[in-house]
Design a protein around this ligand. Structure first.
Ligand SMILES: Cc1cc2nc3c(=O)[nH]c(=O)nc-3n(C[C@H](O)[C@H](O)[C@H](O)COP(=O)(O)OP(=O)(O)OC[C@H]3O[C@@H](n4cnc5c(N)ncnc54)[C@H](O)[C@@H]3O)c2cc1C
Length: 284
């Protein structure tokens, strides 16, 4: 379908984008890579009067270091996340998750910030950001604020970003030297996951000292598998060593039931995928 008619603006600074948002309010919609927004407009699930394209704001792109954190511009594409040396060195999990998003064409346009702002419960980047304790920097007319990932994902397609605000960057505490794996279960290649598990671990000599684990599509937001994380501390990186911890992965989750599988199936899947992901992250 063809979207309803809208005006198009392409500001070159965050300030100008915020002014445009303030001017048009509910009638405006922000666009990053357009890979989720344009399908929504084409299906006429939303019909904004104005689309504000962030694509000409160069300051929203790229990855830099800031002490113990990586600072990733909201407009950094999934493709850049896959190949960027800083991301691979200090936040390998994000690189691994980004490699699993859709196909090459979509990864070249879609952005890390756009994916998180869209907050699709089946989106791949949210659980990776949650596992890494990322913080989301949000700009508004009163300045910027930082929201931890645990508070950023509020509900189904809902985040802490206000209607008059823009996500500008994502700050990720470095996990240099940690192993990582994103285990995604799909029926057909390049699809959204039925369930996926994001894992990063600090391990040496075959023993896991610390693990961060988060689940995709096991509820209306990305979820932390806290019981699994606790049980993995000090576990041997072997099938038997991680089994009991992985079996707790679905604790506290509320997975959907749909044509791809019911909630019990998803709970079981989460335990199996967690076991695989932890072992791969630990290099076992
Ligand atoms: C065929 C297809 C398959 C896909 N498969 C997958 C998949 O397997 N896994 C997966 O995770 N994703 C998948 N996607 C989605 C893809 O990852 C998108 O890139 C992502 O969801 C949105 O990123 P975007 O930059 O394109 O954002 P846009 O589409 O431009 O925006 C998405 C939403 O976020 C808002 N927004 C964007 N940026 C900002 C910002 N900086 N501040 C405030 N609000 C903002 C927009 O207003 C809009 O509501 C798929 C998409 C398609 C079309």
């Amino acid at each position: 379908m063809i979207p309803a008619k809208f005006d198009y603006m392409a500001p070159t600074s965050v300030e100008d984008a915020l002014s445009a948002l303030a001017q048009h309010g509910d009638d405006a919609k922000i666009m990053a890579g357009g890979q989720s927004l344009l399908p929504v407009l084409r299906m006429r699930l939303n019909a904004p009067e104005v689309v504000i394209d962030l694509g000409r704001i160069d300051g929203l792109r790229g990855v830099r270091e800031d002490g113990d954190a990586l600072v990733i511009g909201a407009l950094t594409t999934h493709s850049e996340m896959v190949t960027n040396d800083l991301v691979r060195q200090h936040a390998l999990l994000l690189s691994k998750a980004a490699a699993e998003v859709a196909d090459n064409q979509i990864r070249h346009r879609g952005t890390f910030g756009g994916a998180c702002a869209h907050a699709d419960p089946a989106g791949d980047m949210g659980s990776a950001a949650l596992a890494l304790d990322a913080a989301f920097v949000i700009a508004g007319s009163g300045g910027t604020r930082s929201v931890p990932a645990s508070e950023f994902f509020v509900g189904l397609f809902e985040t802490a970003i206000g209607e008059d605000e823009i996500l500008t960057e994502i700050r990720v505490p470095k996990k240099t030297g940690w192993g990582a794996h994103y285990e995604k279960f799909v029926r057909v290649a390049h699809q959204w996951p039925i369930v996926a598990v994001a894992v990063t671990v600090n391990s040496s000599g075959g023993t896991i000292s610390e693990a961060k684990v988060a689940l995709t599509n096991m509820g209306s937001t990305p979820l932390r598998a806290s019981a699994t994380e606790s049980a993995l501390a000090g576990a041997a990186a072997t099938e038997d060593g991680v089994r009991a911890a992985a079996d707790q992965a679905a604790d506290g989750s509320n997975p959907p039931s749909d044509l791809n599988g019911d909630s019990d199936y998803r709970r079981h899947l989460a335990t199996v995928l967690t076991r695989r992901a932890v072992l791969k992250a630990a290099g076992a």
